[in-house]
Design a protein around this ligand. Structure first.
Ligand SMILES: [Zn+2]
Length: 143
């Protein structure tokens, strides 16, 4: 199991941003699967982060979010991407692929709506439009 696969989507994304912004101040390898580093955080003092790529849950970070817990925080992800830039590229490629698919799904959905509307009679169109306007108004009121 990779460190990335047990990180939440938010931690993975924020970690990627930290990696891109070069927030890892220094790092070194401390064992066959172990690395440690200093990561600039919101606090003045950098966070001390260790990652274990063989046993990701043994990774540590002294930020308030992850300290004493087995959570994969953005600092661990940022260190992971800094040590393995190819993993960062693969992660980004995956995000871009997802976005392309999402765009395709939206396009297909749009085409379905167009097809549906084209099949409606004038009377059905009137009813559908009235319902849509009423629903839109109700949605606005709920905001
Ligand atoms: Zn952290």
């Amino acid at each position: 199991m990779s460190l990335l696969s047990i990180a939440s989507n938010a931690s993975a994304w924020r970690g990627y941003e930290y990696y891109e912004e070069k927030k890892i101040l220094s790092w070194k390898q401390t064992g066959p699967y172990e690395f440690e580093g200093e990561v600039a955080g919101s606090d003045k003092k950098p966070y001390h982060v260790t990652i274990d790529t063989e046993h990701p849950k043994k990774s540590t970070c002294d930020c308030p979010h992850a300290e004493g817990k087995r959570i994969i925080c953005k600092h661990k992800v940022a260190l992971f991407f800094t040590v393995f830039p190819k993993e960062a590229d693969a992660y980004m490629a995956e995000i871009e692929e997802y976005e392309r698919e999402e765009e395709k799904r939206e396009q297909e959905h749009y085409e379905q709506i167009v097809k549906y509307v084209k099949r409606l009679s004038k009377e059905e169109l009137r009813v559908a439009l009235i319902n849509a306007l009423v629903e839109a108004e109700e949605r606005d009121r709920l905001r």
